[in-house]
Design a protein. Structure first.
Length: 274
């Protein structure tokens, strides 16, 4: 969907990693409005470059490739990496080596700001009947959540040591619509995702900030008060989908760990994604 930009601020060159993924495909056409050149990257094919785009296919584990990827880049929207619970090897490559390679490349290329797609699974072992804020320490619910907690620590280190700013987005569930009862709490609409990313890119000072990526849902496990300085104001809500979701899933087993913990089904996935 194309609409008028949410900010008049423009970057010379923005980098979008993970551009072939679900959220990358959503943001690729939308981020063009905020930059002169949008550089898109992924390990998978990205098609040909549209007007105003540069395309680079590479593995985030390739340090020299990532260093070249950041050349001339003012800010990064970093979505690339493993996005589900997986064996350790791909998570090590994409999310551990990948994030260190990205920040090292940012340091060497003097890139100023990174928007890091963290995840609610970094705090998946908090309970669904507690509300946590943006300073809640990680309680990862698997290798995937652990890698996102690591990414947040990398961001914290590069802020203090090198002055590179990051907004770590602990994204809830960003899909066309909420699919189950948990997602009525965790849903982030695509329009709100754009609002969140643009606010994170354009807020004057963010240092290293953490914010939960959610729409204005009626029930939520998260309180973003500590991140008001980012200026994100969600406009959507899961409420219009409630009746359909509750009709599909009228009962919840409150003894099921997937219903007890914020990470939902991720908290009981077999080790190593087996
Ligand atoms: N969609 C959500 O609801 C959600 C929730 C929480 C966090 N996130 C995070 O947001 C980001 C985007 O999510 P998504 O749903 O679009 O995931 P996705 O899996 O569709 O996209 C991730 C992209 O990263 C690429 N990638 C994986 N390993 C790579 C590597 N080693 N080198 C280069 N590229 C690599 C993949 O090819 C893929 O295109 C991810 O970092 C994910 O962890 C998403």
């Amino acid at each position: 969907m194309s609409h008028s930009p949410l900010s008049s601020l423009r970057f010379k060159r923005l980098l979008l990693t993970g551009a072939a993924g679900n959220l990358g495909q959503v943001l690729r056409p939308r981020l063009k409005a905020y930059c002169d050149v949008l550089r898109v990257s992924d390990i998978q094919s990205l098609g040909s470059a549209a007007a105003g785009e540069e395309v680079q296919v590479l593995d985030l584990a390739d340090a020299s490739g990532v260093k070249a990827l950041l050349e001339g880049v003012d800010a990064v929207v970093h979505l690339g990496g493993v996005s589900t619970e997986q064996p350790w090897a791909p998570i090590l490559a994409g999310n551990i080596m990948g994030v260190v390679n990205l920040y090292e490349a940012a340091r060497l290329n003097k890139t100023r700001r990174i928007i890091f797609a963290s995840s609610n699974h970094a705090t998946g072992f908090y309970r669904q009947d507690e509300v946590i804020g943006t300073s809640a320490p990680p309680k990862p619910d698997g290798f995937y959540g652990l890698s996102k907690a690591f990414g947040e620590d990398v961001a914290e280190m590069y802020w203090h040591r090198w002055g590179i700013e990051t907004v770590s987005l602990r994204i809830g569930s960003s899909f066309p619509e909420p699919r189950d009862r948990r997602m009525l709490s965790t849903w982030l609409s695509y329009d709100d995702l754009e609002r969140l990313v643009v606010a994170s890119l354009t807020a004057p000072i963010v240092k290293h900030s953490v914010i939960y990526g959610m729409s204005d849902n009626r029930g939520s496990f998260w309180d973003n008060t500590g991140a008001r300085h980012i200026g994100y104001r969600p406009q959507d809500s899961s409420e219009p989908f409630r009746a359909a979701v509750e009709a599909r899933q009228p009962h919840i087993d409150i003894t099921d760990p997937a219903a007890i913990y914020q990470g939902g089904g991720f908290v009981k996935m077999a080790p190593h994604g087996e």
